[in-house]
Design a protein around this ligand. Structure first.
Ligand code: URA
Length: 277
């Protein structure tokens, strides 16, 4: 499953190797997933249709061409959309001021039926330039961790070994500042629809903004990780954001444990077992 190089890399950063739950692993490599407590969370508050413009502000005679009014994206407007129209809706979104500073929107990447859905925070500089999530240093760490599980973001291949990656925000906040609550709220319908389309077996929420968006919780990651939550019935595991891991190496081993937990939950879901079975 792992190349010698990957095994060496994982050992070097002090992480345990994941084994499918059916396989007998040596005691020191056992994955601690049974029984994992399951935490039910209330679904996000529903929002209603459709893409509608906000009231146009009174025209100021001194401005020759004022920017177009922001359109509020509501869940009903995107709820029936398939991938391509959803992608187009994101590309044309002007629901918040981030649309004026972005280079381009960053929709998402991966296999459309991936068993794993990974939710991050917002595009950074490189993502804004390339139009793909997690392509900077944090993304390279994420890809390395996924590779160690024989997983990848490729759009083709076996869905069990593929991930779909999306962010809570589809546009880069200027100077990589934190997402604002209103931006998160206005962008949320797109993420909700992406999750509906992928129908993942496991969601990995990375970092506090993904957690806030999906679990409506502001508890620290350290308190939420290590157990299985649920988002709209889908098992959800919380872990640290890879950008945080780049600055806090000791938590890498915990993040690896979280990925192992996610892998075990996805495996169990494939076998028709509940996360705590
Ligand atoms: N951090 C994120 O949360 N998402 C990205 O796409 C890049 C960095």
């Amino acid at each position: 499953m792992w190349s010698d190089r990957q095994v060496a890399m994982l050992r070097a950063i002090g992480v345990r190797l994941w084994q499918p739950p059916v396989a007998k692993a040596p005691a020191e490599e056992a994955v601690e997933v049974t029984p994992a407590p399951v935490v039910e969370v209330a679904p996000p508050a529903p929002v209603t249709p459709p893409l509608r413009p906000e009231p146009r502000p009174a025209a100021r005679p001194s401005q020759a061409s004022p920017p177009p009014p922001p359109a509020v994206v509501e869940l009903g407007a995107v709820s029936g959309l398939d991938w391509q129209p959803l992608r187009e809706a994101v590309a044309g979104c002007t629901a918040c001021a981030l649309s004026q500073s972005r280079t381009q929107t960053v929709f998402g990447v991966g296999h459309p039926q991936a068993h794993w859905m990974i939710v991050g925070e917002a595009p950074g500089e490189q993502e804004d330039l390339r139009g793909e999530p997690f392509v900077g240093p944090a993304g390279q760490l994420l890809d390395a961790m996924l590779r160690a599980l024989s997983m990848s973001r490729e759009a083709e291949g076996e869905p069990a070994q593929r991930v779909y990656i999306a962010n809570t925000l589809k546009c880069r906040p200027p100077r990589n500042r934190n997402p604002a609550p209103e931006e998160l709220q206005r962008c949320e319908p797109f993420l909700v629809r992406q999750i509906e389309l992928v129908k993942p077996r496991i969601i990995l929420a990375m970092g506090r903004f993904a957690v806030q968006a999906l679990l409506r919780s502001s508890e620290p990651i350290g308190k939420l990780r290590g157990r299985v939550h649920r988002y709209q019935g889908v098992p959800l595991v919380v872990t640290y954001h890879p950008a945080y891991l780049l600055r806090n190496l000791p938590d890498k081993a915990r993040a690896w444990d979280d990925l192992c937990l996610a892998a075990a939950v996805a495996e169990r879901a494939g076998a028709g077992l509940s996360p705590r079975a």
